[in-house]
Design a protein around this ligand. Structure first.
Ligand SMILES: [Fe+2]
Length: 356
């Protein structure tokens, strides 16, 4: 490969689309689609034109190949069968929603066991390894991932945000330095901590320890991650009560949160307090055995019950008995009772629930 920088690319770059007969295509792109002519030649009988419009620059001219597909974001859309246009040169123009509202798919409940031992984890964004805890996504309503960064150090992340209804991250091991929009200076996110990422909050992972591990739960499963090239973090503002889509940011610290008696179950709970800040979208707790090594959980009217073994071992009682070890996860369908038996003294279970 040549060293491109040596040749100092100047731009604007153009996408070349083959066009055998310029005049009708020009009428269409300029007169109908709203592009404007930047250059055109030769003057006596034009065959080639550069056009700009809708944030795009095109070059129409003689040549072969695929006439291409242009996605044109629009504020509103015509009926579905009228969203694809075809220019005289064959270029397809697809009208798409400029800000697709994320429809929440119908819940498809299932009982699910995810074993750490037989999980494959693939590389994802910013060098992180993702293990998919809910492969079928409960119909698309939830995605849950066990994410690890084997090597510590600075993270190749950029200021970004997610179009979500609900999103939380729980730190299982190690630490990271995170920074969030209007939440002050970068802070340490340590093992046992949890953050609620309200919709659209800009954030960035700055660095992590080696072996940093988190469990991340988001809804809906399919959502967009967008870069914000214009905002620098930290913003210099501290506004912990700032409203982001009806929710507020929350960093729950394990070190300053006391264990509480978990009703009369014989277990203890360390609450993260995410339910209020998330406007009731998501609730996150850590459970551990105290007076008893077993706990029975009544059936509840919730749409998500996700358990993740942070440490120790236990047997899950739901549709049979299933031995669990560290990093194993399970999903209980709505309205089914479940329990844990034979929890080891070092058992800690992350429990994420979402109301129906
Ligand atoms: Fe993110």
């Amino acid at each position: 490969m040549i060293d491109l920088a040596r040749y100092r690319p100047l731009g604007p770059a153009e996408i070349q689309l083959p066009c055998a007969d310029l005049a009708p295509s020009l009428d269409y792109f300029v007169g109908y689609l709203g592009f404007r002519i930047e250059t055109i030649f030769p003057a006596d009988d034009p065959t080639t034109a550069s056009l700009s419009g809708h944030g795009l620059r095109l070059r129409l001219g003689p040549g072969r190949g695929d006439p291409g597909l242009i996605r044109l974001p629009c504020q509103t859309l015509p009926p579905e069968d009228e969203r694809e246009l075809i220019a005289p040169n064959g270029t397809r123009i697809m009208l798409v929603a400029s800000d697709p509202a994320f429809a929440m798919p119908e819940l498809a409940p299932e009982f699910l066991l995810s074993r750490a031992a037989d999980a494959a984890s693939g590389p994802g964004r910013a060098g992180m390894h993702y293990r998919d805890l809910i492969p079928r996504r409960l119909g698309g309503r939830y995605i849950a991932s066990h994410i690890t960064l084997p090597e510590g150090g600075p993270v190749a992340d950029w200021v970004h945000f997610h179009k979500v209804h609900a999103q939380m991250i729980f730190c299982r091991k190690g630490w990271a330095r995170l920074v969030y929009e209007d939440q002050g200076e970068p802070f340490l996110f340590s093992a046992g901590d949890c953050v609620l990422q309200p919709p659209l909050i800009r954030h960035r992972v700055l660095e992590t320890s080696p072996g940093f591990e988190v469990v991340e739960v988001s809804s809906p499963a399919l959502h967009e991650t967008l870069a914000d090239h214009d905002l620098a973090l930290p913003t210099g503002r501290l506004d912990p009560a700032r409203d982001f889509g009806g929710q507020i940011f929350r960093h729950s610290r394990a070190a300053t949160t006391a264990w509480e008696v978990f009703g009369d179950t014989g277990f203890e709970v360390r609450p993260t307090g995410l339910s209020g800040p998330s406007a009731g979208q998501i609730s996150v707790n850590v459970l551990r055995p105290a007076a008893k090594d077993h706990v029975a959980m009544a059936a509840r009217n919730v749409e998500l019950v996700l358990g993740f073994v942070l440490s120790g071992v236990a047997s899950l009682a739901c549709r049979g008995n299933h031995g669990l070890v560290g990093a194993d996860a399970f999903v209980i369908p709505p309205g089914e009772p479940w329990g844990l038996n034979g929890g080891s003294s070092d058992l800690e279970l992350l429990l994420v629930t979402a109301p129906a």
